[in-house]
Structure formats: structure tokens, C-alpha cells
Write a protein that binds this ligand. Sequence first.
Ligand code: ATP
Length: 545
Amino acid sequence: MRTPAWRPPAEAATPTDLGADPRRAPAVLLDLHDLERRYGEQVVFRQVSWRVRAGEIGAIMGPNGAGKTTLVQVAAGLLAPDGGEVRVAGRVAGPARPGWRRLVGYVGHRPLVHPDLSALENLVFFGRLYGLDAAEARRRAEALLDRLGLAAAAHRPAGRLSRGMAQRLEVARSLMHRPILWLWDEPFTGLDAGAARLLEDLLREHAAAGGAAVVVLHEPERALALADRVLLLAGGKARDVPARALDAGVLEAWLAGTPAAPTETVAGGAMPGVARAGVAGGPPGPAAATQGTRGVPGPAAWGPVPPEGAAESPRQGGARAVPVGPALALLVARDWRQEWRRREGLASLATFVLLVGLALAFALDPARHALGPLMGGLLWVAFYFAAMLLFGRAFAQDADRGTLDGLLLAPVDRSVLYLARVASQGLQMLLLELVLVPVVLAWLGYRGAAHWGGFVLALGLGTLGLAVVGTLLGALTAPVRGREALLPVLLFPMTAPVLLGAVQAAGAALAGVPEQAALWFRVLAVYDTMFLVAGALLFDFVVAR
Ligand SMILES: Nc1ncnc2c1ncn2[C@@H]1O[C@H](COP(=O)(O)OP(=O)(O)OP(=O)(O)O)[C@@H](O)[C@H]1O
């Protein structure tokens, strides 16, 4: 008998898929080593080490503010540790090689799906972002919606689902790519009894199939019924205790009445009153190692260990990063689809450009007789204001809704996230310009013999320059209070060369002498390339927390 066969939706990669040798102890799927995390001066926890093996469910428990969410986010790679290391199925969980992210299915406090896209569209998008092909992503999305009782809501925008339905969708999203390690932070919040039972079944199935799960829980009864081991977190320290060593009543009392600093009790060698007598903490013993835990098939049932290459196929939840090309196309398409759903955003930008252009023209020359030399400048000033609004908007919305985390968790290099935003926002801006330029020029009474090729090149290079810097600064200022004021303050000095070059180049092209702008074209091209490369390299630091 082999490892249990495909079984939507809980089915996931197994340790053998990942090259682990089941003849030895069950593979360690999550290995937290000496972790430390601070917020400014506040140390949330330090020296936290914990191992969760194939076939195990681990619960993290502790009073409010103990650092459970922080710990799960560090384990998922959303927060960077200030010390120590996270390993997932033996791979260092760092930003350098993001393929390991494919092994993890994360559910946090906030939905990571996009509210304007339907439940089905969201699942397909996330499936593809994790490397599934279109047909498989669709099949799996439908199976998950069905299993989680969301089939009737498949075409409803995710933002209009009830609290409990949204939580089910989050669980479905986290399972789309068949992760081997589930990291779920209070997943039962908002669920009715039926959905809660379903989640418990999914967790048990996953563990029985050789996966592992870590769940932040507040209810002792549930934790002890579900988990094999419990990480008790309090006072900045943690202790791993086998669930069978814990008593629900005492655990409840400990959680409810934890003194301000239970550190010594919890982190010390003994845990009087909480652990049952005669049961020690620590990893499973040799019996668990040879027989598997929680019914995981023993060595004979695992079959031969597949070669590394076979272990890395997307279908089996391998750990390769998704290639740049498909990831870029997917992200740009998603941004455009979202923008199309909120057409009023682009329509208001277009109105804004027209008003700024017309107001400027009216103020400078109400009779519109001597505007010829000013037209390039007029157009660019209007576009410039629109660009500030556009480039600040996408990341600000992501930060407010929490949807950026959904992208940051994906197994794609973070520079790809940046390049995709540059492409999608730059193209939106360019489209806006191409639609509006004829209108504005007609209103201004333009009758020259323009060099249209040079003019479009000036628009393209200028827009790219604004997009590469605006996107980076948009991401930088998104979580900051007062970002609406901060973005223009930062953007203007950094993009002054773009504005100057684009105005000169567009003016020369409109005057029919693009050769006069040759120097500006070169300046713009060098500027764009420099900041595009810098933006791609810096983006990871900009979004790091
Ligand atoms: N973004 C942040 N900036 C500063 N401090 C933070 C931030 N997020 C969390 N903290 C602090 O870190 C500590 C741990 O918070 P965390 O949310 O991890 O706790 P928790 O155990 O999950 O709490 P709860 O049970 O209430 O969900 C708290 O003191 C909290 O105030």
C-alpha cells in the first residue's frame, strides 16, 4: 500500500514527494530554530525552537498578545525573524529562493483574496500563482469550493461574502496548491459548527496523509482533541508539550489567568499543574519514528523514495519558484481585471487629467493663440498629477485590504511582483494618455505637423520613468500614515529629470523636429533602465517587515 491517493481538497504533497526518507524518523516539516522577533524595542519572543513532523498537528496557544500571530507570520515568511532560522521540509525559508513557499498554506487573520474578484476567480488566480496550469487550477478550485460548501457562491465577489464564508474561502485559497505544511492562525473564527467540523476533518485527513499543520487556537478542548503537540507561548518564551501531557481544565485556567510573566513556569523545565504527571515534553519517541504518527503509514507503506527531480513537480507540491514569464503575465492580467471591475477609478483619472490640462491652458492663454510651444509641458503636467494618484493607489489599497500579503506569500521572486506592477500601471497610464492626447490637442487647437513616432516614444519613455519610481515609492509609502502627502513629496524630486526630459522630447516631436530631442530620449532611456533595475533589487527591502 502506498501513501493515500489523491483526495481533494486536503490532499497534499507528502514527505516522500519531497525526497524525505521515511525509513528514518518522520520528516521534520517545520523547524523553528532559536527564533527571535522584535517590534522596535519590544521583544515579542526569543529563543523559540520547535519542530513539527510529518503526520503531526501542532497547536500554538497562549494569552492575547503572547506573539502567536507573529510567530506564525515569521514561520510563513511574512515577517522576517530578528534572529534564528525557519526551515520548511529541510529548506531554509528565506527570501533568496522562494520555491519553499509552495510547500506552505497560510491562513491569517485577514482575507488575502481580492474582494473585487469572485470566489472562483480568486482561487484560480492563486492556484496559477503557485504553478498550477489553468485547467488544473479550475478543477481544483471547483473541488475546493464544493468541499467547503461554497459552490453556490462561486461567482460572487469575495468582498461580498459573509464572515464565515470568507473564512472558508481563505481555507480553500490556502489549499489550492496542495501545500504539505499548513499554517493556520485561528482558522475557526467566525465558522459555524458544521464548518468547524469540516476544518477539523481536513486537518486530520492532512495529518493522516503525511502532511503537517500548525494551528493557532484559543480553545483548550479543541487543541487537545486535534493536536499532537502544543507550543505554549507566554512572556516571550515558548515550550513544546505533547498534547497528551496536557489537561484541558488546567490549560484553560492557565490561559485565562496567566500571570503577567508566566515565563519561568512555562519556559522552565517543568510546568507544574499544566502537564499531566509522568509525561514529558519533547519530540515523539522511537515508536512514533518507526510507526508514523496519527496513523501515518509506516515505512513499508511509503514505497520507494522518488528521485529529487520527481519530487519537484508542481502537481506534487514541489519547491521550485514559479517562472518569471507566467507569473508576470498572471499578475498583470489580475491587475487589469481588477481595474476593469472598478472602471470608475480610470474614468475619474481621465476626468482629472482633462481638467488639469484645460485649467492650465486657460490660465496661461485663455484665447489659445500662443500655446504651441507649451503643449508638451501642458500635457505632461496633467499626466504627472494623474500618475501620482495612480501609482499611490494600488499598493495603498493592497495595504488597507491586506491583499499584498497574498502576493508576498507566493513562490515568486519579489522583484517579479514589482515588475508586474510597473507593467500593469505603466500600461494603464499609457492607455489613458493615448486616449486623452487627441482630445486635449484638439481642444488646444493643435495644427502642427508632428512627428508622431517621436511623440509616442516620448510618452512611452516618460511614462515608464514615472512608473518605475512611482511604483516603488507607492509600495514604500503604502503602510505609512499621511501617504497621500508623502508620495508626491518623494516623487517630485526623484522624477524631475523624467518630467524635464519628457516635456522637451514631446515638445520637439510636436514641433516636428524630434532630432532636437535625441539627447532627452537617451537621458530618459538611461534613467528608466537604472531605476527599473534598482526598483527590482530594492523591492524586497521596501516590503520587508
Ligand atoms: N505591527 C506591529 N507593530 C508593533 N507591535 C506589534 C505589531 N503587531 C503585533 N505587535 C505586538 O506584538 C505582540 C504580539 O502580538 P501578536 O498579534 O503576535 O499576539 P497574539 O498572541 O497573536 O495575540 P492574540 O491572541 O490577541 O491574537 C503584542 O504585544 C502586539 O501588540
